[in-house]
Write a protein that binds this ligand. Structure first.
Ligand code: NAD
Ligand code: UFG
Length: 336
């Protein structure tokens, strides 16, 4: 399996996956419609790796152009990241999310089936779990997403299971990401949100850089040690390493698998702020405001299955996550 199609490869996680694939000698074809990314990122990927990759600006909703990609290229496996991911936006634009994420994946899988390409690694999310009483969360926990974005992920997971049930020649890896943060050590690629960031870590980085006045902490009355929300933050480089392991596993042990990718440790909003301040020496002005709709109190993963089955482990802790976000922010104050 040498030729990898990376859908959404120009995005935050996709660009880091491209670096890892190229460094591991894979041939990479990126498919992206650039709806949430810039093509400049791929130049940075080439700079970091000293290798080239192919890029096609294609929307997975465009069945003709997607079909042409499969006709014109040799593809052994697909890492499927293309999708919309903003929880709040998905509440406002559910149809847009269902069309883009579910129909886009349906088109992709139909093309794969037609060309007898049956290896796929899919970017799912911890959001499929919703609020859980038992922590840490195992893969076997009942799924109950609380927003349209999460429901698109669950629908896709179920579609992939149905595809496998009908044809066990498919090899499918479903990876449920917890909270990816951090950036490449070079500071050349990182998370580049459009407009005001939705997520905590890029928001803090922009406050520290003086681009945003203050951080709003969404609630300090949760049933957690300090009252703020607790999440399982994972360095993007560790997340990416999990994809390479999953891809290798598809060859060694074909079938369908489902793994959590997190660290197993929960950090509160106040702990993240304190860590970021300690590492950067910057004060993060903040204000406590009301809870954000749809947020849950505590989410962290049981990652023992991925550790055991994929022989995967994490190398980066909170220090590295903050250091690497800050390096990226300082080197690229306005993104790409
Ligand atoms: P991102 O927005 O940076 O990357 C997604 C990429 O997909 C973008 O480059 C976008 O232009 C592209 N894309 C979207 N719709 C497309 C379509 N119809 N056709 C072609 N390209 C399309 O997001 P990311 O953070 O890199 O996330 C990658 C994947 O991981 C997504 O599927 C996301 O849902 C999932 N995920 C992300 C997080 C997170 O916190 N970042 C957490 C869990 C899961
Ligand atoms: N938070 C703030 N202020 C902000 C942003 C966030 O206090 O400006 C808090 C949130 O309330 C939450 C924590 O910081 O307690 C983390 O929030 P994020 O928005 O960074 O992350 P979420 O856990 O809400 O969601 C993220 C992705 C989802 C993904 C999920 C998986 O946005 O797409 O992780 O666990 F599904």
């Amino acid at each position: 399996m040498k030729n990898i199609l990376v859908t959404g490869g120009a995005g935050y996680i996709g660009s880091h996956i491209c670096v890892a694939l190229l460094n591991a000698d894979y041939k990479v074809l990126v498919l992206d419609n650039l709806s949430n990314s810039k093509v400049a990122v791929l130049e940075r990927v080439k700079e970091i790796t000293g290798r080239s990759l192919q890029f096609v600006k294609v929307d997975l909703l465009d069945t003709q152009k997607t079909a042409a990609v499969f006709e014109e290229n040799s593809i052994d496996a697909v890492i499927h990241l293309a999708g919309l991911k903003a929880v709040g936006e998905s509440n406002k634009l559910p149809l847009h999310y269902y069309r883009n994420n579910v129909v886009g994946t349906l088109n992709l899988c139909e093309r794969m089936a037609k060309h007898n390409i049956k290896n796929i690694v899919f970017s799912s999310s911890a959001t499929v779990y919703g609020e859980q009483q038992v922590l840490p969360i195992k893969e076997s926990a009942a799924t109950s997403p609380t927003n349209p974005y999460g429901r698109t992920k669950l629908i896709i997971e179920n579609m992939l299971r149905d595809i496998y049930n009908a044809d066990p020649d498919w090899n499918i890896s479903i990876l449920r990401y917890f909270n990816p943060v951090g950036a490449h050590k070079s500071g050349k690629i990182g998370e580049n949100p459009r407009g005001i960031p939705n997520n905590l870590m890029p928001y803090i980085a922009q406050v520290a850089a003086g681009r945003i006045e203050r951080l709003c902490i969404y609630g300090n009355d949760y049933p957690t040690a300090d009252g703020t929300g607790v999440r399982d933050y994972i360095h993007v480089l560790d997340l990416v390493a999990g994809h390479i392991k999953a891809l290798q596993k598809l060859v060694e042990r074909p079938g369908i698998m489902n793994h959590n990718l997190g660290t197993g440790a929960g950090y509160s909003v106040l702990e993240i702020i304190a860590a970021f301040e300690a590492i950067t020496g910057k004060k993060i002005p903040c204000e406590i405001v009301g809870r954000r709709e749809g947020d849950v109190a505590i989410v962290y993963a049981d990652c023992s299955l991925a550790k055991r089955e994929l022989a995967w482990s994490v190398d980066n802790g909170m220090r590295e996550m903050c250091e690497d976000v800050w390096r990226w922010q300082m080197q690229n104050p306005t993104g790409y």
